[in-house]
Design a protein. Structure first.
Lengths: 382, 273
């Protein structure tokens, strides 16, 4: 808990809050000011927009502790505000709301438009409203209401430059007590069923020459322990009697980190020197999921030369997929695939795999890849 | 969703921030939090602690160095949009700032935070690289300056060390003779760009720079900028050459972005409205 003092609707309040409490939760849960609505909670919908230091902000992306000393105004403080009074009246006359869920955020943004942009035309109003989503009205009424109020302006605006500093005395070191359990929770495993097929997945392929005989490459591909070392971020926890493998792979996409835990099933076809690994893993903390299938084959290319063909189909879902945009993920996976193929080739030649932890930045969705790769490692019981 | 529990400290200045980061390997700096915030709320980022640098006094100022302006890393997009800080260019930065996300985001999001986050589609990542800007990086051991062309190492990845923060952004001044074009394609106003390109023609400094951005990895400065401007190189081939990983649709959008940015910079010299 952190002691927090700020001004809410003109009244100074002091509360102990958890640092992770965002401003919308703070005013709703701690101060019982429920006029602020919470929609998406990750900065997309604009429902929680409120006025801080005279400016509209996303209160779900503003931790309360970061607003120490700020002047916060919620919808409740606008009862007697003349400009918001005009907006309220205009919203009613122009049918600018239906269910009303977006309205507190709409009013905060509208208040900013009519006080900051007295010359705004319809195009500019729509541009300024682009960060507030309404699923009922089609925006026509909202735009009309704002134009109506603009026509009655100009409206006074008082906004001071933001100059909230931090007192050096307020800084103490880290407290051990609040060091949390993210790490512990991350080790929990979640059983995820392995899908028969992956709909809508992306497929990437690699083909890499290996200067050893095809027999030797094939032998390498069947050695789980060796293959495991070729897969950055992958770990095997258990090989079950039915041939399925339980394990996890760590993924880092810039600041985003996930650990997909799950199962994989491996099948080999000795006659074609090929195999398939199917796996699925979940990251419980972010509720993200990865599904993957790898097909690999050792192909002869002369007496003492062969080729390793790998193709991988993967699919991410959940929040990680939302932020790891498809091309970024593909970029990372492709790089990973190249690394794994190179490692496998090197090991087949008797070399040592370049051990690598999940590569931050580049390592993004390695996870995905790893998932599949790791399955590569695994051998089924037959 | 709610973030995982984390410890929090607001730093009064950069030195304190670096010291706090040195003390915990699982601490992360946060400025406006408009990009990190969603990731925190979705638990894609799970730090043990956050060091809030948004109010650090030495990150909030602006310094005129004669031929360049150094913006404190915690200057917000809205402050640039509103002209609350001087513009190193003939209004280009303000024009770019106005089209970053939404006003409520611009009121908290910072120029330094955007660069440190290194989203390949972000406006400042591409625009400031095209303008030959550099970042001032500070850690307890000292300070270094890195050109943006060398700062980004991958999508969401930079050369920043764990206990190092962006403290300033140095943007070379551009005079009235300089020409500029920046064009981005977004599915929706305020959305991240699907494609972008920037063109700078500065006869006073003898610089011509063409940048291809929003390619899901660090932006690329095109060689042969003069030949491209002279129309001697087909744009589709240029894009294929430097970004062969783009899909058919994305490639087409990037060619369009390049064409539009060149037109903006070479026609009347007006900034994209």
């Amino acid at each position: 808990m952190t002691a927090l003092t700020l001004s809410v609707n003109g009244v100074e309040v002091t509360r102990d809050v958890e640092p992770r409490t965002h401003l919308a939760d703070f005013v709703r849960e701690n101060l019982n000011l429920t006029g602020t609505h919470i929609g998406c909670e990750h900065g997309v919908c604009g429902a929680c927009t409120m006025i801080v230091d005279g400016r509209p902000v996303r209160s779900c992306l503003s931790y309360a502790v970061s607003c120490a000393g700020a002047d916060v105004r919620t919808l409740e403080s606008f009862d007697n505000d003349p400009v918001v009074g005009l907006l309220r009246d205009a919203f009613s006359r122009h049918h600018a709301l239906q269910c009303g869920y977006c309205t507190p955020g709409m009013l905060a943004t509208a208040f900013d438009i009519v006080t900051r942009l007295p010359e705004a035309d319809e195009t500019r109003i729509r541009e300024e409203l682009s960060g507030n989503l309404c699923r009922c009205t089609g925006y026509v009424g909202i735009v009309a209401a704002i134009r109506d109020v603009l026509a009655r302006g100009p409206h006074a605006r008082t906004v001071e430059p933001v100059a909230r500093g931090v007192s050096p005395r307020a800084v103490s070191g880290w407290t051990d007590a609040t060091k949390v359990a993210a790490g512990d929770a991350a080790t929990a495993t979640f059983a995820v069923p392995v899908p028969e097929r992956i709909d809508g997945g992306q497929t990437l392929s690699r083909s890499i020459p290996v200067p050893v005989s095809v027999e030797r490459l094939w032998a390498t591909l069947q050695d789980i322990e060796t293959i495991a070392r070729c897969l950055p971020g992958a770990s095997i926890e258990r090989i079950n009697p039915d041939g399925s493998v339980e394990g996890a792979f760590a993924v880092a996409i810039g600041p985003m980190k996930a650990r997909f835990a799950g199962t994989a099933q491996v099948a080999y076809d000795a006659s074609s020197r090929s195999g398939t690994v199917r796996g699925a893993g979940g990251d419980g903390i972010s509720r993200s999921r990865a599904d993957g299938a790898i097909r690999f084959a050792a192909v002869a290319a002369g007496d003492d030369a062969s080729r390793l063909d790998i193709d991988m189909t993967y699919k991410l879902s959940g929040p990680l997929a939302q932020f790891g945009r498809p091309v970024v993920v593909a970029h990372v996976v492709d790089r990973m695939l190249g690394e794994v193929a190179a490692n496998l080739a090197r090991v087949s030649e008797g070399g040592v795999a370049t051990a690598s932890a999940p590569i931050g930045g580049i390592g993004f969705v390695l996870g995905t890849v790893l998932a599949m790769l790791r399955q590569l490692l695994i051998k089924d019981g037959k | 969703m709610k973030p995982v529990r984390f410890d929090y400290a607001a730093a009064p200045d950069a030195a304190t921030a670096c010291s706090l980061l040195t003390q915990s390997v699982a601490a992360k700096p946060i400025a406006g939090g408009q990009s990190l915030g969603p990731m925190l709320n979705l638990r894609l980022v799970r730090p043990d602690a956050l060091v809030d640098i948004s109010r650090a006094s030495d990150l909030r100022g602006v310094r005129d160095e004669g031929n360049a302006i150094v913006y404190g890393a915690a200057v917000t997009h809205a402050e640039i949009e509103d002209g609350a800080v001087p513009d190193a260019t003939p209004g280009w930065l303000a024009s770019v700032a106005r089209r970053i996300a939404y006003r409520a985001v611009r009121n908290r999001g910072t120029i330094g935070g955007s660069l440190a986050h290194a989203d390949p589609a972000a406006d400042w990542v591409n625009v400031l690289t095209a303008l030959d800007a550099s970042v001032v990086l500070t850690r307890s051991l000292g300070t270094r300056t890195v050109a943006l062309a060398e700062f980004f190492t991958g999508p969401f990845a930079t050369v920043l060390a764990h206990d190092e923060i962006v403290t300033g952004v140095r943007v070379p001044k551009r005079g009235a003779a300089a020409r500029w074009g920046y064009w981005k394609f977004c599915l929706k106003v305020g959305d991240f760009a699907k494609a972008s390109a920037a063109v700078l023609i500065d006869p006073e400094r003898g610089e011509t720079r063409i940048l291809l951005g929003a390619i899901e990895k660090p932006p690329i400065l095109l060689s042969d900028a003069s030949a491209i401007l002279a129309g001697r190189m087909p744009l589709a081939a240029v894009v294929t050459d430097v970004a062969p990983h783009l899909s058919y649709d994305s490639h087409a959008l990037h060619v369009a972005a390049l064409r539009r940015a060149i037109a903006l910079a070479t026609a009347s010299g007006e900034v994209a409205a």
